[in-house]
Design a protein around this ligand. Structure first.
Ligand SMILES: [Zn+2]
Length: 702
């Protein structure tokens, strides 16, 4: 009885759960046109290529995307090349190097005579940026190989080392400092709950391209364990390594294409992904590349045929090397960069969750860039998720569930496992969302993915149904960003405001846990809890305002909603105050706990080039200040107990501290902003980080 009732309830909900942004007819058009099979077949082609940036196979992948973009009727489809030499800068980011491999093989000569790796058949076996070598040498086990103790009483000069530490660090110590010829590595993959279960996985590895020598072959944990067992048993292992490869100047290739909007003044909505990564790299990130392409195909076909009205803004699609291609393109096209208004970013979106253990996360913009774009994406994801759940449970509403088993296609009938998560770093959206670019990004990502960056990230893990759903989600969200106008404010703002109220209510629970944190003194905890509510309120009000500004509407249209949010937070603050009293706190502090600190009132201003401070292969502070100075930055290195909770989120704080620098906020206000987003942090840690940024000429103080 209960089951029937709950099923009826869900069906009832579905009628009302329809998203508010597109008409039912438009949604159905997009849904029916979206294919899971087209991206699946395109993905099959990409997974045959070892797509390391600035290599011949990357350029083959770029050619493939370009040909498809033209075939699908996109406009202005072309490829651009950006020179790289390790010195040229694109915005704040220093370029990296290119790599060309002719051949590479690793043989075990004794005790067995067996082939351990061959570039020709399995390129992931050779670590990126390996240099030429021709060497027969003994293998020496050095453990992790990343600390001096790993080398005590061991002579590795001219030998090949077996290590499982971070590859670039092993290269620096074993090869550069201790004279080893090369490396055999079983460096483990990203840690998940499933880590270590499958010992046959081979991880993708990268040496530091800026170091002048060394090579590395990647082996599975199983193979490495067998080699270690030989060495421990006193049986020498001799290897023969042959590498013919070159690291040096070259170019990055970026492919782009558009669907023109009606109004050239209405700017651009960009779709991004990253085209690089190892073979097969099916989910990371062939999936994102082919799925934005499928969104493009769907939109181009419906717009060109007149079935969907041409939107105001131009839609732009970009395929290039992760982060680096984005920075190069944005640097080469300042006029396009300034015209970009929203971004749909896909990085890992095709995983079958029952295989690679992934959830599709709709990821928020950081608090420094509040925007309605996340809510739009979340609405569409929920629309698909609700229908997919009903279909999975009772087999009804198949069309609405957007499965891809039409005409025998191999898509699953899985539920759509998706949610909304806070900002998370690690892809091109870091650049778009950063304050000097400020293009709010709808970041769609599978996480975790137990096969990321390994030879197991194959077509096998990909579900055409998932590809179809995300292509639809991407097409619907990007089309909404490109078409929405101020006339929609009256019908959409209530939806955004209702979500804001929900998030504020959830934020109250966070504020309560800060208030009850026994590690923070009661009076201070009270300040932090109230600060959290204040910052959350600002963020939600700024999100509503972002819609008015985006659509060229009147800020007054959001005023009434913002007053309602004020009222809600006043109520929640009253509850916090009562809890504070039970903790023994009396009289809310007149001024912030940090107000007497000398740096609190200083106001930093951004200066110099655009971009965040860390990239795939470049760290601006490290580059400009050096390792010794870097090691003294409290935020990134810590040391005291008070910093414990800050430690593991140091890079997130750093990203946002710089983003919150706007020439208006003081150091104290920036502290309060990041303290709300990531947790209480001492003011001097924020001030210390900003001083390092001043030394690196990223900020000046007014
Ligand atoms: Zn990726």
């Amino acid at each position: 009885m209960f089951l029937i009732a709950s099923s009826l309830f869900l069906h009832g909900c579905l009628l009302y759960a329809q998203q508010p942004f597109l008409s039912d007819a438009q949604w159905t058009l997009l849904r029916d046109e979206a294919s899971g099979l087209a991206p699946y077949e395109n993905l099959r082609s990409l997974t045959r290529l070892h797509r390391v940036p600035a290599t011949p196979e990357f350029d083959q992948a770029a050619e493939f995307m370009l040909a498809r973009a033209k075939e699908y009727g996109l406009q202005d489809a072309h490829a651009e090349q950006f020179p790289i030499d390790g010195k040229i800068h694109y915005g704040l980011m220093r370029s990296y190097l290119a790599w060309h491999v002719d051949a590479a093989r690793l043989w075990e000569l004794q005790p067995e005579h067996t082939l351990l790796g061959d570039w020709a058949t399995d390129p992931i076996r050779l670590a990126d940026y390996s240099h030429s070598a021709d060497v027969d040498a003994a293998l020496v086990d050095i453990g992790a190989g990343t600390s001096e103790t790993d080398y005590a009483n061991k002579n590795v000069r001219g030998k090949i080392v077996l290590a499982d530490g971070s590859l670039a660090a092993v290269q620096r110590m074993a090869v550069m400092e201790h004279g080893a010829a090369g490396i055999v590595s079983d460096m483990p993959n990203q840690t998940t709950a499933w880590s270590g279960l499958d010992r046959t996985i081979v991880r993708w590895g990268h040496l530091d391209a800026l170091l002048p020598n060394g090579f590395a072959f990647m082996v599975s944990r199983e193979t490495a364990a067998a080699l270690r067992a030989q060495l421990i048993g006193g049986r020498p292992v001799t290897l023969s390594a042959h590498v013919k490869a070159e690291v040096g100047p070259g170019h990055w290739t970026v492919v782009t294409a558009t669907i023109r909007g009606v109004d050239p003044q209405a700017g651009e909505v960009v779709y991004s992904c990253h085209l690089d990564h190892q073979r097969p790299g099916a989910n990371d990130n062939a999936s994102g590349c082919v799925t934005i392409l499928e969104s493009a195909r769907v939109l181009a076909s419906l717009i060109e045929s007149g079935k969907l009205p041409r939107p105001r803004s131009t839609l732009r699609f970009i395929w290039g090397p992760e982060v680096e291609g984005t920075m190069a393109f944005l640097s080469g096209h300042p006029e396009i960069r300034r015209s970009m208004r929203a971004d749909v970013h896909m990085d890992m979106v095709g995983g079958d969750p029952y295989k690679n253990k992934s959830i599709l996360h709709v990821t928020e913009t950081p608090w420094s860039l509040p925007s309605f774009v996340t809510d739009v994406g979340e609405f569409f994801a929920e629309t698909i998720r609700n229908a997919a759940a009903v279909y999975a449970e009772d087999g009804t509403h198949r069309e609405a569930a957007v499965v891809e088993d039409r005409n025998g296609a191999p898509g699953t009938r899985n539920e759509f496992l998706s949610d909304r998560t806070p900002y998370s770093e690690g892809s091109d959206h870091d650049d778009y969302d950063s304050s000097t670019i400020a293009v709010p990004s709808l970041y769609l990502r599978d996480w975790p993915d137990v096969y990321i960056h390994t030879d197991h990230d194959t077509l096998e893990q990909i579900d055409p149904t998932k590809l179809r759903r995300v292509a639809l989600l991407g097409a619907a969200a990007g089309y909404t960003y490109a078409a929405v106008d101020a006339g929609k404010a009256a019908s959409l703002l209530p939806f955004f405001a209702a979500r804001a109220q929900r998030r504020l209510a959830a934020g109250f629970e966070r504020a309560q846990s800060v208030l009850n944190d026994s590690r923070i003194q009661a009076q201070e905890a009270w300040y932090e809890a109230r600060n959290l509510m204040t910052q959350m309120l600002r963020r939600e009000q700024a999100e509503l305002l972002s819609f008015a500004m985006y659509t060229g509407g009147d800020a007054a249209t959001v005023a009434a909603f913002n007053r309602d949010l004020d009222v809600q937070v006043t109520t929640l603050n009253g509850w916090i105050d009562r809890s504070a009293a039970t903790r023994g706190a009396r009289d809310f502090p007149q001024s912030p706990p940090w107000h007497a600190e000398p740096d609190a009132s200083r106001i930093p201003v951004r200066t110099g080039e655009f971009g965040p401070l860390t990239f795939q292969n470049d760290d601006v502070l490290l580059d400009r200040l050096g390792r010794q100075r870097m090691a003294k930055i409290k935020l990134l290195n810590g040391g005291s107990d008070r910093l414990l909770r800050v430690q593991d989120r140091g890079t997130l704080y750093a990203y946002e501290i710089v983003n919150f620098v706007d020439g208006k906020r003081s150091v104290g206000e920036i502290r309060d902003a990041v303290a709300a987003e990531y947790g209480p942090i001492p003011l001097d840690v924020v001030a210390d980080y900003l001083k390092a940024c001043e030394e690196a000429k990223i900020v000046v103080f007014r």
